[in-house]
Structure formats: structure tokens, C-alpha cells
Design a protein around this ligand. Structure first.
Ligand code: PHE
Length: 340
């Protein structure tokens, strides 16, 4: 009798397990079979009433039914887990055929590009690139450049003072003074960097950039300066570029000149960029004043040098056809994107 009951129980629960819809239902079936009041638990208890001869067969049958149902349940559990995993994978599916949204490529700031371009050309000509502090002492910015305190030539540069003896450097010439103290001639250096003056209009910004070059060696003359600058400007603005020297004054050079280049926009014909003149004022230069060499411990009887310095913002404005310098400092992405 118990044997029939076991066979029926086995069949009934096999079917229930098969029909379970989810893990929760399966768990309820598990309790109905193996729980304290579970069908198989109760049947196992009735082993007491089984005769001694039948006991081994019935015992084996109970074990068989238990193992069978346990196995069916675990198979069903696995199936549910697999199903769940497939569902999850389906949800996380990436459609590799979907068109890409693309990504934005950044670019160097137009001023950085000009610095890179100019320093690259200078390095090819044998110059070393050096940098110095933007917060500078009065000594390196002015005095070592032959601009004594209270001298009228200080008015050429409207300077931001921090204390009586420290300032935001108004010219990269300060780096020259530092380097001349450290180096032994011959040497060729260029110093690009930020400079500061208290002025602001469409072509002047309180923060701007300069690049200054210095060559010190025996027998350096104006001819060397002219040759060097001609090469530099041709490399920068194109082979048909010409330059023009005009006399000028700087306390740290003697003689001093101002250098104009033929307008790269109209090639000297005259246009709005050069205001019809065909030429653009671009840089200051000259033969290093012997006083400046001596102040930095260089023998001015043996050595001479030339120096030149120019505003990089102006170079970038001309190269990119920009009329207002402030565009460089506003960080307006729309402007910068056009400069890519
Ligand atoms: N330092 C000068 C300026 O800022 C430019 C310059 C540099 C002139 C070197 C001559 C030689 O105006």
C-alpha cells in the first residue's frame, strides 16, 4: 500500500515541479514534499508500520523518490536561473550596428599653436627654449635691463606692481637677464611666456604673450639679426615675406630697431589687416646694450649680442584674421572651435 502511495506521490510532484512557473512556486512545492508536514516526510514516518521483510524495499523506494524529486527540483532551479540570465543579457544587449554619436576632438589654443610653431622654428636654428617666473623682481624685469628706478623709460610699460620690488613681469626680457647671469657665451635662447601690462583695448590685453630671443657670441652684428629674423618671418608667414628695419629706442638695446613684415594677408599690396600700408609692425629688436651684458657679468669687449621680442597675440591675430584680442581670453567654445 505504502508502495503505491510512494509511486503516486512521486508522479504527482514530478508533474507539479514540471508545471512550476517561477522560483517562488518551486519553493512552495519543495516545502510540500520535504517540509515538516511535507508529504514525503509524513510517508517516511509510516515506515514504523512496515513489516520487517518489506522494510528494505520500502526504505530503498523512499530514498529513490527523495533523490528523484530533489534532482528534478534542482534541474528546474537551474532552468529558472538560466532563463533569468538570458533575460538580463537580452536587456543589456548592445546594438553594434547603431550609428555612433561621434566624439568631440579638442585642439590647442591659437596662442599655444603660435608658441609651438615659433619655438619649433627657433629650435631648428639652434636656439634653446627657456622659461622664467611670471611674478618677477623689479631687478630682473627692469634694472638688469638698464631701466633704473624712476627712469622715464619705465613709462613705456604700464606695470602691475605687487610690492615695491616685485611685479607681474611686463616683458619676457626678464628671463634674458636671468639666463645671462647663468650662461657662458656663446648661447642662443628663446623665451616664450605670459606678460602683463595695465592696458586694454581691441589690440591690447592686460595679459598677453611674448617671445623673446637672445644671441650672445663674438662679433654678433645687425647683419646676423637681420638674417635670423628674415628666416624666421619667411618660415612663419611664407617665402615671399620681406622685412623692414626702422630706428627705434629700447633701453636694453643700442642701436634699437623696430621690425615690420610685409602683410601676409595681401603680400604687401595693402589691405584692411595692414591698414593699406602693406606692412605690419611686428617686433622690437636691437644689439644688446653693452651695459646690459656687463651687468650680467659678460665681457662686452669680447662679446656682443642681438635680441628681439614680439607679441605672440599679434602674430596669432594676423595668422587667424582676428580683430579683437579679447577673443583669446574669453574661452568662448564657439570661437575656439573655429580656430581648430
Ligand atoms: N622687451 C621689449 C618690449 O616688450 C621688446 C624687445 C625685446 C625689444 C628685445 C628689443 C629687444 O617692448
Amino acid at each position: 500500500m505504502i508502495k503505491e502511495e510512494l509511486i503516486q506521490l512521486n508522479e504527482k510532484f514530478e508533474n507539479e515541479i514540471k508545471g512550476a512557473q517561477d522560483a517562488k512556486q518551486l519553493n512552495e512545492i519543495k516545502v510540500k514534499i520535504f517540509g515538516k508536514m511535507g508529504a514525503l516526510t509524513i510517508l517516511s514516518k509510516s515506515m514504523r508500520d512496515v513489516s520487517a521483510e518489506e522494510r528494505p524495499t520500502i526504505g530503498a523506494l523512499i530514498n529513490h523518490v527523495r533523490n528523484n524529486l530533489e534532482e528534478k527540483i534542482s534541474q528546474k532551479e537551474d532552468a529558472f536561473k538560466q532563463e533569468e540570465l538570458m533575460k538580463k543579457l537580452d536587456n543589456e544587449k548592445v546594438d553594434i550596428t547603431e550609428p555612433s554619436k561621434g566624439f568631440e576632438v579638442g585642439a590647442l589654443h591659437p596662442i599655444s599653436r603660435v608658441i609651438d610653431k615659433l619655438t619649433d622654428i627657433c629650435v631648428e636654428m639652434g636656439f634653446s627654449v627657456v622659461e622664467g617666473p611670471e611674478v618677477e623682481t623689479d631687478y630682473y624685469n627692469f634694472e638688469a635691463m638698464n631701466i633704473p628706478k624712476n627712469h622715464p623709460s619705465r613709462d613705456m610699460q604700464d606695470t602691475f606692481f605687487i610690492t615695491e620690488n616685485t611685479l607681474l613681469r611686463s616683458q619676457t626680457s626678464a628671463v634674458q637677464a636671468r639666463e645671462m647671469e647663468k650662461r657662458k657665451p656663446p648661447f642662443k635662447i628663446v623665451c616664450p611666456g605670459k606678460t602683463y601690462r595695465n592696458e586694454s583695448d581691441s589690440t591690447h590685453s592686460p595679459i598677453f604673450h611674448q617671445l623673446e630671443g637672445l644671441v650672445v657670441d663674438e662679433k654678433i652684428s645687425m647683419a646676423d639679426l637681420k638674417a635670423m629674423l628674415t628666416t624666421l618671418m619667411k618660415r612663419l608667414y611664407g617665402d615671399d615675406t620681406t622685412i623692414r628695419f626702422r630706428p627705434s629706442f629700447f633701453p636694453f638695446t643700442e642701436p634699437s630697431i623696430e621690425v615690420d613684415v610685409s602683410c601676409p594677408n595681401c603680400h604687401g599690396k595693402g589691405c584692411s589687416t595692414c591698414k593699406g600700408t602693406g606692412m605690419l609692425e611686428l617686433l622690437g629688436a636691437g644689439i644688446v646694450n653693452p651695459k646690459v651684458l656687463e651687468m650680467s657679468g659678460i665681457d662686452s669687449k669680447k662679446y656682443s649680442g642681438f635680441a628681439f621680442g614680439f607679441g605672440l597675440d599679434r602674430v596669432a591675430m594676423i595668422l587667424n584674421g582676428i580683430t579683437n584680442i579679447r577673443n583669446f581670453y574669453k574661452n568662448d567654445v564657439r570661437f575656439l572651435k573655429q580656430m581648430r
